[in-house]
Design a protein around this ligand. Structure first.
Ligand SMILES: Nc1ncnc2c1ncn2[C@@H]1O[C@H](COP(=O)(O)OP(=O)(O)OP(=O)(O)O)[C@@H](O)[C@H]1O
Length: 425
């Protein structure tokens, strides 16, 4: 965690700030405090460069104490969040060390622990949406004053909206009285009652039929409901966490999802990235799954298996990776590392991935979608390759140049040309 104080925003301040945030590797929060006037777009540049927040130094001397208190409050909150992120509860639930993943976990932890807000989780299948919901349940308001805390032994009620039978859906949510309909032999609580005091997790919320959307909205607004066949209102208070792999905003635009409900459930939004956007998480996840499969053993991977797992395509994301690891592990026998022979024969079709691979194609497509030009894409690819090679060779120019297949001098020249941008170490 660092505080960056600058008297005026100019090229030099910008270069120092970029170095600071690059050095932090995005793992820590950098707070920028500006003593002068901040030009219109500089706030966004600072945020882009890694600032977690920007404070303006007050013009009156008496304001100095106040700014110190503002800094202290932020640093305290970030420190507390960082400590929560290091706990076993968080680390074993949401495994991964890539910057993208750590940034997401930081947001989830903060929202889960410091608020009772509804959360909408969107993302491809198998990216960890349900895991995130489980973590929100475990942390639910745990950093709030005791009078507001609802975590601990509270219910987590999951309703999969994609498998609700139309005729039973009402009872599933509201519960029913005995005799409310044919086959209602006894009274039964529904999800709204069961989730009271805890979390109601609506998985695949995008599949909820419109009539049920209206009923759900009413219960969220009024915090009460009636069982089917009853005239009595029952109070209920739950935190709503919803997940979907649909683009709900597009559903709202198409009229298949109610806008008023959308804004109710999307108090906070988070989107776990697909595995192809966070390859750095593959090996930590592999270790985690091997540990789950065989807690008594420390399993190693030989280089060929490691390469195979790193380059394979995972359309089912983390779930796909977990199943792949399990299949390899089940074939393994005896001591020693997992070897390429442990990869099941039908899996071998995926092997031998040539470059450029699917991940590269996806990255370029993403850049094109953002409107990035060809020269900028080429430049970014070259910059990234240089940074990675230098990092792999601990900053040794000669070895990094050899790795890149260019001359020592060519790399030196390129680094020199980059002096105004982020530093390569
Ligand atoms: N970051 C993670 N750390 C550990 N396990 C994970 C992580 N992400 C996903 N998993 C595991 O991957 C599997 C799929 O995760 P999960 O069910 O949360 O995905 P999902 O996005 O809800 O999928 P779907 O949309 O298909 O319901 C689970 O077995 C889960 O334990």
């Amino acid at each position: 965690m660092a505080v960056f104080l600058f008297s005026q925003w100019d090229q030099q301040a910008s270069a120092v700030f970029s170095t600071l945030s690059v050095d932090n590797g995005g793992r820590q929060s950098v707070l920028a405090v500006c003593c002068g006037i901040l030009p219109a777009n500089a706030s966004w540049s600072l945020l882009d460069a890694g600032a977690a927040d920007i404070l303006l130094w007050p013009s009156a001397p008496a304001g100095a104490g106040n700014i110190a208190a503002q800094c202290a409050a932020r640093l305290q909150r970030w420190r507390a969040t960082e400590l929560l992120m290091q706990t076993d509860t968080v680390r074993s639930c949401l495994v991964g060390d890539s910057l993208a993943w750590r940034a997401l976990v930081r947001n989830v932890v903060e929202v889960a622990a410091w608020t009772h807000s509804p959360v909408l989780i969107t993302g491809e299948t198998g990216t960890g949406k349900e895991q995130i919901a489980k973590l929100i349940h475990q942390l639910n308001g745990c950093a709030l004053p005791a009078s507001h805390a609802r975590h601990g032994d509270t219910p987590l009620v999951l309703v999969d909206c994609s498998t609700l039978a139309q005729e039973l859906a009402g009872s599933e949510f509201f519960g029913h009285e005995k005799g409310a309909f044919t086959g209602a032999d006894s009274a039964r609580d529904g999800a709204f009652a069961q989730a009271d005091g805890g979390i109601l997790f609506l998985d695949e919320v995008g599949e909820l039929p419109l009539p049920l959307q209206a009923q759900l909205l009413r219960v969220i607004q009024e915090q009460q409901y009636k069982r089917l066949g009853s005239n009595h209102w029952q109070p209920t208070r739950f935190r709503l966490v919803c997940a979907t792999n649909r683009d709900l905003e597009a559903c709202v635009a198409a009229g298949t999802f109610r806008a008023d409900l959308y804004y109710r459930i999307a108090g906070w939004r988070c989107r776990p990235p697909p595995l192809r956007e966070r390859q750095g998480d593959i090996l930590p996840l592999v270790s985690h799954f091997l540990q789950q499969l065989d807690p008594d053993q420390q399993h190693e991977l030989d280089p060929a298996v490691r390469e195979y797992l790193l380059t394979r395509h995972y359309p089912g994301n983390v779930r796909d990776l977990r199943q792949t690891v399990a299949r390899i592990w089940h074939r393994h026998c005896g001591p020693g590392p997992l070897t390429i022979g442990d990869v099941p024969p039908d899996e071998r079709l995926h092997a031998g991935a040539a470059w450029p691979d699917q991940c590269f194609t996806d990255a370029v497509r993403h850049a094109l979608d953002l409107g990035v030009s060809l020269p900028a894409i080429s430049q970014a690819a070259a910059d990234t390759a240089m940074r990675l090679a230098l990092a792999a060779q601990q900053g040794n120019n000669q070895r990094a140049a050899a790795m890149l297949g260019i001359s020592d001098r060519a790399l030196q020249m390129r680094r020199k040309g980059k002096q105004d941008g982020p530093a390569y170490h």
